[in-house]
Each structure stands twice: as structure tokens, then as C-alpha cells.
Design a protein around this ligand. Sequence first.
Ligand code: SF4
Ligand code: SF4
Length: 202
Amino acid sequence: MELDLTRLGAADELRVRVEELSGQRLAECYQCGCCTAGCPTAFTMELGPQRVIRRLQLGAGEELLELNTPWVCASCETCYTRCPKGVSVADVMDALRQCARMSGISPPESAPRVFNDRFLGTMRRHGRVFELEVGLFYNISSGDFFNHITRLPSLVFNGKMKPFPDRASRSARKKIRRIMERVARLERGEDVAVENAKGAGE
Ligand code: SF4
Ligand code: SF4
């Protein structure tokens, strides 16, 4: 993907939003590249973590949100453990995903979006992740019905994947659904400040 270099340094809006959401100070990064060198998914990224940080430092705009990079980040935090400046790139990627959703920008490839939707769907239903359901629904939604299906019996047999959901309590599920509804409204740009204030008083 081409980045709009004419916009670099023009607004800095995205950097400010990402710093607020992630709690990271991007000026701390001195571009050593340790994050990209250790990142297990960098080979699939349109722009590696180090370069994403650099673009943000320079004031890149929303074209950065159209990259696949934040969506293929596995949040493994290898970058954080390697970063000599303590920058949590995983939190930066998370902030970029939030910014993309708030701007109505979908991941460039459908797989991460489908996986995210299936993952959140299972959280909404059970209050906890139910991997078997995520995997099966992902295969159905993506049309790749037999993706890793031969591994399923051994995963279940060896206790790596539960055959039934381990559901959270009813009240915990209710709280999770409320959080998800608030996030959905935030993503639509609705004002949830009043409700937040109400929730804080509960
Ligand atoms: S490891 Fe840290 S300092 Fe080095 S490039 Fe990555 S974020 Fe910047
Ligand atoms: S958290 Fe994301 S960016 Fe960092 S090493 Fe893991 S996959 Fe790469």
C-alpha cells in the first residue's frame, strides 16, 4: 500500500489519538528495529512495527489505518519485551485498530475481520473464549470449511481445546455485553459520557 507522504507532519492528529489510547509516548522510540526483528508476524505485514511507529512520529494520517499491520499483530508482546525504550507496540497496534474501527475503516483482508467478529461473538455469548466455536464459526464464515479440521480430534483429546464452553457467571456475561455495547456505540461516534458517569456511580 502507498502511503500519502505529502500528509506527513501535516496534522499529527493520529499520533495524538494513538498516544492517548495506548498510553505510549512514541517519541521514546529511537528506531532500533528490535521490535520488527523479533515480531513473529512481521513477514505478513505491509509495514513492520518499527516503520509504523516512525510514520506516526512523522505525523502520518489515516492512510496508516488502511494497512494490514494492526490486524495481523497477534498482541504477543514480543516487541515490548525486546524494546530497550519500553514502548508497547502491541498497545500501539491495539490503538490503531480502535482508530480504524472508529473511522469506519475495515481491515484490508477479510480474514482478520471475520476472526475478530467470531472471537467477539463467542465472548458475547459465553463471557469467555470458546475456542472450538471460534474455530468452527471462522471456518464457516470464511468458506474454508476444512481449515485445520484434522487437528481437532487430537486437540480435544489432549485437553488443549474444550468440547463445551466454560461459561462465565450470568452477571459477568451481562457486564461484558454492556461493555461491548458501549464500545459499539463509541465506534459509531455516539456520546457515551452520560452513561459512563451513570455506570461509575453504580
Ligand atoms: S524496539 Fe522500541 S525503540 Fe526499537 S524501533 Fe521498536 S519501538 Fe522503537
Ligand atoms: S505484539 Fe504484534 S507487533 Fe509486537 S511482536 Fe507481537 S505480533 Fe509483532
